[in-house]
Design a protein around this ligand. Structure first.
Ligand code: NCD
Length: 358
């Protein structure tokens, strides 16, 4: 029997997430949760994804009643989280903050690096180690790629390591967004036999968008999925992700012609131009009208397809689309909070403290 265990331990400097080990080996390990750092989506396997989705649904249902919401507040009341967000964030910050509060956790935050001792010359490592002295988990978003992984490696080498959650690292990865995207896809396709076998379009700035990069990685867990990348040529999906898809036998195609593929899609994941990475406003040269959803596109999309977007949106999805029952992005945003509750529960091994019913 296989079970997913954490390999992130103070003696393991390289491992930053999870791996699958025979259950017998886990018996000799000290009791530890099955998820520790959340850094790289590639380590997530289907059983863990399914478990996180189930957990998210359980807490979502419980929270509907006052009694359930109070029971959830008793799940992690002695735990504290540090939210270290030095890159702009609305949804990810608020959903993590509220996910912590739903579980009774307390939170501290740094959002402006000018208020941190880093301006006095303190190293990144010393700052992270300091945060870890006061809290039980660090959630971090940075402009630079690889920072969360660096923090996790640092934790693995100190006597009191705390888990690190990557809440967005540069234009590289955004693993918890990918988890909530999977939850949204799984919920939406519940009546249509799950994510397996679906045709999923990803549109927009695929080159610099971290959400689509992370979501591609998770697709290895679903059989028969076909991805369709719809992007301006200069913002096409990068070679490293395509190599990963090839390696895992995940089919994909690329096009600049939305019209041609629209009727074939079961889901379309729309993204904005990531203008913050422009050097001289170059993405304004893109004819966004060719990579947008409006009334005309709605008319050509399958009746039971869904439209997703990690948000914030630009002109690529007009407000008129919000009224369409296939628009899933507001639900997706809220799913993010429940998925982050599930991730925290899993990290602290608190699944057993979630009441079955109230
Ligand atoms: C995304 C991000 O920050 O990468 N937003 C989010 O976390 N919901 C997407 C984006 O900014 O385009």
């Amino acid at each position: 029997m296989q079970r997913t265990i954490s390999v992130a331990s103070p003696t393991n400097h390289e491992a930053t997430a999870i791996a699958t080990e025979p259950l017998s080996e886990t018996l000799v390990l000290p009791a530890r949760s099955t998820l520790f750092h959340v850094i790289d989506p590639r380590v997530f396997e289907r059983p863990l994804l399914d478990e996180l989705c189930d957990l998210a649904t359980r807490v979502r249902m419980l929270a509907k009643s006052d009694e359930g919401a109070r029971a959830l507040r008793d799940v992690l009341p002695t735990r504290r989280a540090m939210l270290y967000f030095t890159q702009p964030s609305t949804r990810t910050f608020l959903s993590f903050n509220n996910a912590c509060h739903i579980l009774g956790m307390r939170t501290s935050e740094i959002r402006d690096p000018s208020t941190s001792s880093e301006v006095k010359g303190e190293s990144f490592e010393d700052s992270i180690r300091t945060f870890s002295s006061y809290v039980d988990v660090i959630v971090m978003r940075t402009k630079e790629s690889g920072r969360a992984a660096q923090a996790a490696r640092l934790m693995n080498g100190i006597p009191r390591p705390v888990p690190v959650i990557n809440a967005g690292s540069g234009s590289d990865q955004h693993p918890t967004q990918a988890l909530l995207d999977i939850y949204t896809l799984a919920r939406s396709f519940d009546g249509q036999g799950s994510i397996d076998g679906k045709v999923i379009g990803m549109m927009g700035d695929l080159k610099r968008g971290r959400t689509v990069r992370s979501l591609c990685y998770l697709m290895k867990n679903y059989t028969g999925v076909r991805l369709v990348f719809i992007a301006p040529e200069q913002y096409a999906m990068q070679a490293d992700v395509k190599a990963y898809l090839d390696q895992h036998g995940i089919r994909y195609s690329e096009t600049t012609n939305l019209d041609g593929v629209l009727p074939t899609l079961d889901a379309i994941y729309v993204t904005r131009m990531q203008t913050e990475w422009d050097t001289a406003g170059e993405s304004s040269a893109v004819d966004l009208g060719r990579f947008s959803i409006g009334e005309r596109e709605l008319a050509r999309l399958k009746r039971d397809a869904i439209i997703m977007h990690p948000l914030p949106r630009g002109a690529e999805i007009g407000p008129v689309v919000d009224q369409d029952p296939r628009a899933m992005y507001w639900r997706q945003e809220r799913n993010g909070m429940w998925m982050r509750v599930a991730v925290l529960i899993k990290i602290f091994g608190a699944e057993g403290r979630i009441p079955a019913t109230v």
